[in-house]
Design a protein around this ligand. Structure first.
Ligand code: ACM
Length: 564
C-alpha cells in the first residue's frame, strides 16, 4: 500500500507519463486496507473463470455478470465453471485463470485478491465480499469494463498484486429525500449503481414528509391519491410564492419491490423512513381526522412551501396510533432489511399543549415535566417506544433522528446524529448504536463551494441571502476530512455503526441537479465509510477522481460537480 501511495503521490507531482500512468489508474476508491504490487501483470482477456461450488447462487450470478461484461468488452469469451474440488486445486498451486473461493476466514464484508502473472485468486466469506472484490477488479481494468461496446484498443490486464480489504464501518449510507421532490425509479436505480461501485451498502429512503407521501399503503389509499400531490411549489426562496403547477408522484409496492431487488443484487439494503409524529402534513391532508382538533388552518393541504409544518399527528387519539401501526406494519412487510427509520425529528409540540386528546393521554400516562423535559416531549417518547415495540414484534429495529434522545429512549434504538455530533457522542455514551450524519460535514444539500454566485440555489443561499461567500461550505475536501470516530471516546467507538450523507431536496428538482449535489461528494463518503483513516490521502484521491472516477461518471451519463 505504501509503495502504491508513494507512486500515486509522485505521479500527482509529475503528471502522467509512461508506465507510471498505470499506477494512478489502479488507485482504488475507496482505498483498500492493504494493497501491495507484485511484478508483472495478468491478462484477463478470454481468461477461464472458476467458482468454488461452495459459493452461493447470488455470488456466482455476480461473477457471471462480470464475466459476461468482460467477454463483451474485451472481444474474447471468458467461460465460468464450478469444478468440484476447486479449493483444493488452488491450494495445490500451479493454477491458471481466475478463481473465486469461499473462505470462512475472511471477515464478513471483506475479500482478498492475489494476482500473479498466471492466476488471480479471490477469497471471500459472503456475497458482499464477492461483490466488493468484483468492484475492485473492475477498478483495475480499463474504463470500458463499465461500458457495453467492444474495446479492442485497451489491454485487458491487471497488475500483479496482493489486496486484503474489509470496511471500517458496517453501515455506509446515503439518504435520499424523494418527498420534497420526487425522483423516478430509474433515477433511484442510477444512484444505486454508483453507490455499489463505491461499496456503499445502505440507501436510506425518505418516503414521507409534509410536502408529499411517496409509498403506496393498501389500507390507506388516500395517502397516495391525495397525499402524493401538492397544488404547486414555492419558487426559489420566496415563501409567499407558488408556481401554480400541480406536483407529485409515488412508488407502487411493485416498484418498491423492484428497487429492493435491484439494490440487493448490488449489496445494498434499503432503510425506509416514515417520519413521525411531525413532518406529517401530507398524511393529514389525506386523513384529516388524524390531526389535532383545533388545528388551523383547516382543511389541511399537502404543503407547498418548505420548512417544518406545525401541524402534527394527534397522538392522543388511539385511531392515530392504529394508523401508525398499520402503516409501519405494511412497511415492515414490504422492506426486508433489519431497520425501519421512524424519523422523530423537528416535531413542534405546540398543538399537543391544547389538544384535549393529547392532554388526556398525558394525564392517563402520568407524564410530567421533569429534568427540563416537557410532558409533550415525554408524549413523543411514548409514541417512539410504542412504535419500537410494535416493530420489534415484526422482527425490526428502529432508527430515529437524534431528537429521539430527548427524555427517555428504550434500549435497542439506533440514533442518527444530524444536529452536529453531540447527539451521537451522547447516544454512544448511553449505550445506543449510532450512525453519524452531522450537518457539519454530511449534509450534501448544502452548497459545495464558498462562491454563492457560482453554485445553484441551495438551502445555504436561503440562510445567507445577502452574502457572496459561505463560511463553511460542505466541500468535497470537508466531507473527505470527516472522521466519524474523531470525537468519540475510545470506549464508546464500538457503538458507531457507520456514517451517512443526507441529500434533502427542497431546492433540487431535477435528476441533473440531484447528481450534481451527490457527486463527487458521495465518493468522499465512500472513502470515510470504508477506508482506514491512515490510508486516506486527499491529493491522491482527488487525482484519482480526475483521471479515473469522474471519467467513469461521464461514461455512465452521471452528472457531477467539476473539481475546482
Ligand atoms: C433533519 O435534517 N431534519 C433530520
Amino acid at each position: 500500500m505504501k509503495r502504491f501511495l508513494i507512486a500515486t503521490a509522485l505521479l500527482a507531482c509529475f503528471g502522467c507519463f509512461g508506465c507510471a500512468a498505470k499506477t494512478v489508474e489502479t488507485r482504488i476508491v475507496p482505498a483498500p486496507a492493504s494493497f501491495e504490487y507484485g511484478k508483472g501483470t495478468l491478462n484477463l482477456k478470454g481468461i477461464n473463470i472458476n467458482c468454488d461450488p461452495a459459493l452461493d447462487a447470488p455470488s456466482v450470478r455476480a461473477v457471471r455478470q462480470f464475466s459476461d461484461r468482460l467477454s463483451l468488452v474485451s472481444g474474447k469469451t471468458s467461460s465460468v465453471a464450478s469444478p468440484i474440488g476447486l479449493a483444493r486445486t488452488v491450494e495445490g498451486g500451479k493454477i491458471k485463470g481466475m478463481y473465486f473461493i469461499k473462505d470462512a476466514s475472511v471477515p464478513p464484508e471483506g475479500y482478498r485478491i492475489s494476482v500473479s502473472s498466471r492466476a488471480a485468486v479471490i477469497r471471500a466469506s459472503s456475497v458482499s465480499g464477492v461483490l466488493y472484490s468484483l468492484q475492485t477488479l473492475r477498478q483495475m481494468l480499463p474504463l470500458s469494463i463499465y461500458g457495453t461496446e467492444p474495446d479492442n484498443s485497451s489491454r485487458w490486464t491487471i497488475p500483479c498484486c496482493e489486496i486484503e480489504d474489509a470496511p471500517r464501518f458496517r453501515y455506509r449510507g446515503l439518504m435520499l429525500d424523494c418527498c420534497r421532490h420526487f425522483f423516478s425509479v430509474d433515477e433511484v436505480r442510477k444512484v444505486l449503481d454508483v453507490m455499489a461501485f463505491y461499496k456503499l451498502n445502505r440507501l436510506h429512503w425518505h418516503l414521507s414528509d409534509d410536502q408529499g407521501w411517496r409509498v403506496e399503503i393498501d389500507k390507506y389509499p388516500r395517502l397516495t391519491e391525495i397525499g402524493a400531490f401538492r397544488n404547486g411549489t414555492m419558487v426559489g426562496g420566496d415563501w409567499k410564492s407558488n408556481d401554480g403547477i400541480r406536483y407529485g408522484g409515488y412508488y407502487t409496492k411493485d416498484q418498491i419491490r423492484d428497487v429492493i431487488a435491484y439494490a440487493e443484487a448490488r449489496g445494498i439494503t434499503i432503510v425506509p423512513e416514515i417520519d413521525l409524529p411531525g413532518h406529517m402534513q401530507a398524511a393529514l391532508a389525506s386523513y384529516p381526522e388524524l390531526g389535532c382538533a383545533g388545528s388551523q388552518p383547516q382543511p389541511y393541504e399537502v404543503w407547498t412551501i418548505w420548512g417544518v409544518s406545525r401541524q402534527v399527528l394527534n397522538v392522543g387519539n388511539e385511531k392515530t396510533m392504529q394508523f401508525l401501526e398499520d402503516v409501519l406494519g405494511e412497511i415492515a412487510d414490504l422492506f426486508p432489511g433489519e431497520y425501519i427509520h421512524i424519523g422523530g425529528d423537528e416535531c413542534p409540540r405546540d398543538e399537543w399543549k391544547t389538544d384535549p386528546d393529547c392532554q388526556a393521554k398525558i394525564a392517563e400516562l402520568g407524564l410530567t415535566a421533569d429534568g427540563g423535559v416537557s410532558p409533550e416531549a415525554r408524549l413523543q417518547n411514548y409514541v417512539t417506544a410504542r412504535m419500537q415495540k410494535f416493530l420489534a414484534g415484526k422482527g425490526k429495529k428502529i432508527i430515529g433522528w437524534d431528537e429521539i434522545l430527548e427524555g427517555e429512549l428504550a434500549e435497542g434504538a439506533t440514533v442518527m446524529s444530524w444536529r452536529g455530533t453531540a447527539g451521537g457522542i451522547k447516544a454512544a455514551s448511553m449505550g445506543y448504536d449510532v450512525i453519524m450524519t452531522p450537518n457539519s460535514h454530511c449534509y450534501i444539500d448544502y452548497i459545495q463551494s464558498e462562491d454563492m454566485d457560482k453554485e445553484p440555489f441551495s438551502i445555504s443561499h436561503m440562510w445567507s441571502p445577502k452574502k457572496k461567500k459561505v463560511k463553511t461550505p460542505i466541500t468535497l475536501e470537508r466531507v473527505y476530512g470527516y472522521d466519524p470516530l474523531g470525537e468519540i471516546p475510545a470506549g464508546d467507538q464500538g457503538r458507531i455503526l457507520g456514517v451517512q450523507c443526507n441529500l434533502w431536496t427542497e431546492y433540487i428538482a431535477t435528476p441533473e441537479h440531484l447528481e450534481y449535489m451527490l457527486f463527487p461528494r458521495v465518493l468522499a463518503l465512500s472513502e470515510i465509510a470504508w477506508s482506514d483513516p491512515a490510508r486516506k490521502d486527499f491529493d491522491a484521491f482527488r487525482q484519482c477522481l480526475a483521471t479515473r472516477q469522474l471519467p467513469l461518471l461521464d461514461l455512465l451519463g452521471v452528472n457531477y460537480r467539476k473539481l475546482d
